[in-house]
Design a protein around this ligand. Sequence first.
Ligand code: ATP
Ligand code: MG
Length: 559
Amino acid sequence: MSNITSISASNFIRNIISEDVKANKNGAQVVTRFPPEPNGYLHIGHAKAICLNFGMAAEFKGKCYLRFDDTNPGKESVEYIKAMQEDVRWLGFDWEDRLRYASSYFDQLYEWALELIKKGKAYVDSLSAEEIRTYRGTLKEPGKDSPFRNRSIEENLRMFEAMQAGKFDDGTHVLRAKIDMSSPNMNMRDPTLYRIRRMTHHQTGDKWIVYPMYDFTHGLSDAIEGVTHSLCTLEFEDHRPLYDWILDQLDAPCHPQQIEFARLALEYTMTSKRKLTRLVEEAHVSGWDDPRMHTLSGMRRRGYPPASIRNFCERIGVSKNNSTTEMFILEDCVRQELDVRAPRVMGVLRPLRLVIENYPEDQIEELDARSHPNDESMGTRKLIFSRELYIDREDFVEEPPPKYKRLSPGSEVRLRNAYVIRCDRVIKDEQSGEVKELRCSYDSRTLGVKPEGRKIGGVIHWVSIDHSVSAEVRLYDRLFMKANPNKEIPGEDITSYLNPNSLEILTGCRLEASLNETEQGSRFQFEREGYFFKDPVDSKEDALVFNRIVTLRDAWTKK
Ligand code: ATP
Ligand code: MG
């Protein structure tokens, strides 16, 4: 029994659709849509809605539209429209020939508005915005009818047409639905359907002086597209009676079913285009694709595989209860995907010079190294071993604590894929005392062979000085220090939650030379350091830049 509950709780929408298909509702067709407003870039919350809408359509052999809900031209732009398409495609979904704009329905919506007026279901109100607010009442008190509520149908028609004809100033009149000013649901107290806005629209230019409101546009656009299941987030639950009312009054082609689900909120991230816009505009981040942002473009640039985001959305499920998802769940999905697919390489992030004194100066060796410990199909690569190497500064201490596994004076470690070495001498900067170089010796009998009866510490990674490339490496931490930066607290500014140490830039890192010739878009595990991705924007042929996608293990929950 508990099992059944958990399955149905994991995606109750799947169950509803499945029942509808079984009952042959809508002729067993499934049509969904992902309807973003193009007023910013898509974020991880939208990924949930995209996976749900496109995912359900695919699962039930239906169709999904990508529809721009562009009723608010002042905040929208073609840049956002292009970016959103790129992001949806990158996430792995295809709308085929089903790209739509709510604005391309404006003619039809206008006709429907006239129809509502003719049916006595809508009127032109000439109260000011402030008066409309006051007349609306409160949750405790019913609203009051506007003195303009009983205008004749003829006058309403004449005025609405005059609104569109540009006869009135912005904000002087609105078209309102005539429903019920005493409804307990505020959305039903004669909601505004159209307003006058002199604005050039990115799709329709200067054709329209009046623009429809979201609530009027949304359900009717769904109906035009033949949407069967209109999936939206919980805050629209109170709008559902209005959604249904509008469709019931008009001769719409069909009546989609609105179903609400919980928004995704992810710890330490912000899921609101409006707030993300502020971070970008005030340059708290480098742009919409800053790898610390959980926008789709930020995650793409950081190197998250799209499959890991899809897996994440499946794993968190869909429910009716708002909650905050922990960051390690997302990162775990990223690690899972990368662990299987990312070839292993070696990269030294904080190089310390190491000279093997008993290795001949003019000698080099080509060593074979496996690209994946568990997947032989990934093959091997050649590593060049030589007398002068780099290891990571953090793999050496002069005075090791007990059980120290890395290198220290007199101790032995194995160089990954190569020989056992011993540290014989430490060379320091005379003035600062900083360790500058290690002098070591190697044991030529230990290649792939475990020396008997000797205690070898750990395994450390390395590169050959002359056979490695230089790179900048960017390490990321959470962008916000606060677990729930979405929650607005009066008197607190979201920028005060920003983590000042969310980006660490390491220059002069040294990577296996093979990384110079990697294909754009490939992801690697730098052994012991995490998973990395060549930055698609800043990395150049002779100036490599790598982003750390994620660490090897969860470092967050420990903090
Ligand atoms: P934002 O506040 O970021 O602008 P929004 O809901 O206004 O969010 P829209 O562009 O209107 O953004 O959203 C498009 C679709 O994505 C809607 O169906 C919306 O419900 C869904 N969506 C937006 N944010 C989330 C989220 N955090 N979790 C799940 N779905 C979301
Ligand atoms: Mg919105």
